[in-house]
Ligand binder design. Structure first.
Ligand SMILES: *Cc1c(COP(=O)(O)O)cnc(C)c1O
Length: 423
């Protein structure tokens, strides 16, 4: 019965993360029997002995492998953060997870830990706008260059790009985002992992494959099971799920995460105890919320697809199973999620009339919350993207981005129907 809170099976029966989210990694005996973990509001932790303090610091600073052995100081770790990390890793069956103050601080810390001055980052495009800016404007100042390929580019193109880049510079990271925002194109993570392994074998300089899994994870896609070394999350979106916090996470192997944890200890990009506690509560319902949102989105997209004012719906659930994208979907994804693009007949004026007429659905950027949101990428999130790149990315003035929540699906359809009438 020792460590009952860390068992992941009953006899030979393997427990699902859905069951483990309620108790895994927390021992009530250490907190007066409290069923739920308290929020540990403290900046520092007391050592039993000076020798313990020394041992803990050896782990924190990376002098000894294996990471932190005990709690030390609020910039390094804390009980709420550690329980959250243990539970987050379970969804991908991964060894380790690290949590961060925002999705962007997770991405920044992961890239900084693995990329050196003089390297190139090879990435799929488009990426979340702030990630593109980070790689271009911030890493660019430290002599890090980048090469990018379209998310749906054929694999021989990706291979050629990796080979060409490698002749010039060390590749510091292969950074992918799938599905891409706002085009919903899928990247062949397995295919790219095979190419990387083929090119590098067990060369210690082999670049890690990092995948931003915010749109479908952790329920509908688990990139570390498809050959990625690291799966990165904006926990602000589906995992937080209530549009009331910002946070980030990185999931993967101990080896890939150790330099990231060590850098996080130095620069302090960890999330706080209160946000961690909120995320523990969110993780208990993430599967329920994502499943309801995905079935709602399916119904809404079926309605929108047939509407005379709609040109097209960019929704993963409508991929032709015989297409290349459809085959990637079948190998990587177990559901279509609830974020999609609605392409209206017309331009900005029609899109704005549609957005202004919505009543139940709120006009806001972000996604993955319990409430449905709609926005206009060309005029909002992607406003600063040059016109030519917008065209290349397929971000037109008639594209509306929609994230479906957990409302009643008939109510959502009624709202979209009246808003389309107003166009
Ligand atoms: C929101 C988002 C991010 C950034 O996350 P923050 O929590 O806002 O820092 C990164 N990638 C994707 C795909 C996102 O949607």
């Amino acid at each position: 019965m020792k460590d009952k809170h860390r068992t992941t099976r009953i006899g030979s029966h393997e427990l699902s993360p859905r069951s483990l989210m309620m108790g895994y990694g927390y021992d009530p005996r250490l907190s007066e029997g409290s069923l739920k973990p308290p929020i540990f509001l403290t900046s520092t932790f007391v050592f039993d002995s000076a020798a313990d303090g020394k041992r803990f610091f050896e782990g924190i600073t990376g002098l000894r492998p294996g990471g932190a052995e005990g709690l030390v100081y609020g910039r390094f770790n804390g009980p709420d953060q550690e329980i959250l990390e243990d539970r987050l890793a379970l969804w991908e069956g991964a060894e380790e997870a690290a949590v961060f103050s925002t999705g962007m601080s997770a991405i920044t810390t992961a890239l900084m830990a693995h990329v050196r001055a003089g390297d190139a980052i090879v990435h799929s495009g488009p990426l979340y706008a702030a990630t593109e800016k980070l790689i271009d404007a911030v890493f660019g100042r430290y002599d890090v260059t980048y090469e990018n390929f379209a998310a749906s580019a054929p694999l021989d193109e990706v291979r050629a790009l990796l080979e060409r880049t490698r002749e010039d510079r060390r590749i510091g990271a292969i950074y992918l985002e799938s599905p891409a925002n706002p085009t919903n194109e899928l990247v062949d993570i397995e295919g790219i992992a095979r190419i990387r392994d083929d090119l590098y074998g067990d060369d210690p300089e082999r670049p890690l494959i990092m995948v931003d899994n915010t749109f479908l994870g952790p329920v509908y896609q688990q990139p570390t099971r498809n050959g990625a070394d690291l799966s990165i999350y904006s926990l602000t979106k589906y995992i937080g799920g209530h549009s009331d916090l910002v946070a980030g996470g990185v999931v993967g192997s101990n080896d890939a995460l150790l330099p990231i944890m060590t850098l996080r200890n130095t620069i302090g990009t960890i999330t706080d105890p209160h946000t961690s506690w909120m995320l523990l509560r969110s993780l208990e319902t993430v599967a329920l919320r994502m499943e309801k949102a995905e079935s709602n989105a399916r119904k809404v997209c079926e309605f929108l697809r047939g509407h005379p004012k709609v040109e097209r719906v960019g929704y993963l659930g409508f991929l032709d199973p015989d297409s290349e994208q459809g085959r990637i979907y079948a190998r990587h994804c177990s559901g279509a999620g609830s974020t999609f693009s609605l392409i209206l007949k017309g331009g900005e004026a029609e899109s704005f009339r549609f957005l202004d007429a919505l009543q139940l659905v709120k006009l806001a950027v972000s996604l993955g919350g319990t409430e449905s949101l709609a926005s206009h990428p060309a005029a909002m999130t992607h406003l600063s993207v040059p016109a030519e790149r917008k065209r290349w990315l397929g971000i037109g003035d008639n594209l509306v981005r929609i994230s479906i929540g957990i409302e009643d699906s008939d109510d959502l359809i009624a709202d979209f129907e009246q808003a389309l009438q107003a166009v």
